[in-house]
Ligand binder design. Sequence first.
Ligand code: FAD
Length: 309
Amino acid sequence: MSVLVYINSNGEKIAKNAFEAVTYSKKIGDVTVVTNGKADDSMLAQLGKYGASKVLVDRSFEGIDEQQITRLVATAAENVGAETIVFSNDLIGKAVAPRLSVKLSAGLVAGATGVPQEDGTIPVNVFSGKAHGFVKVNTDKKIIALLPNSIQPEETGADAAVEEFNGNAGDSRVTVKETKLPEGDIPLPEAELVVSGGRGLKGPENWNLITDLATELGAATACSRPVADSDWRPHHEHVGQTGVAIRPNLYIAAGISGAIQHLAGVNGSKTIVVINTDDEAPFFKAADYGVVGDAFEVLPKLTEAVKKF
Ligand code: FAD
């Protein structure tokens, strides 16, 4: 089975979810990766360690224009005779996979959490992570968008061959004026540990309680929507139904009530710890561990305890 994986290699390093997508695809068949931009060959060759036999790189355009990427992936799919095309279900994957699905008349499975089973069904997350579903695609070509953090990247092989590729991506109809990278070393969608704060923190002047613990843990920081709406924190930190959906191994929520719209973005977390003064806060129902207490007392103690490790 020939599997094509699109990865975004525009950053300074290849994101963890790209290694996840390649590891995942290796479990399905022979993997070719396609990408665009200026990433150097040695960076791209690393994808071989995770199972890619070959990396095709189109250096004629940088950036994340979804129409150009759709054309690039369609050309590469034809070139390698791909039967399955895999994306990470990140912002680019969510924008490109449906376009490609229409262009190639290929069925799309969005939000996959596991590899196709013997009968071809693919496990997916549905209803914002509240339930598991199984989807079977009936078309010959299949497109899969893999949820980040569903699979551990595994190093199994050696460097891959990197080849220049003309993906006939065409011109972009978008002019990028400025690119701003979010603050922080750990991008929230990729983070394995996340410390998050809500309105219970009372104001932006108290956010050191969140960032101190996050720094000690090596975690990313997040927040509830009203916190971002009030400009206490930047919008890219807002998690939930209308924000980023995350699936870290550990999510610590302090001063967040646990409204259903917030839970929609975090209930795929493997372990949830809730700190709230109100023992009837709805978040406790979704929590693995709960502390009924004042975040202003509990967070500094937790940070001190982590420092001792
Ligand atoms: P609050 O509801 O005000 O809760 C604050 C919590 O802090 C309370 O539980 C309180 O007991 C606790 N607290 C107070 N003081 C302390 C203290 N000292 N120590 C510890 N705990 C304390 N929200 C999102 O987060 N993400 C979304 O994507 C999102 N999308 C939405 C989409 C729609 C269409 C709508 C209608 C709403 C959406 N919301 C979303 C808003 C959501 O409904 C809630 O209003 C919001 O999540 C509440 O944020 P909060 O928990 O920070 O604040």
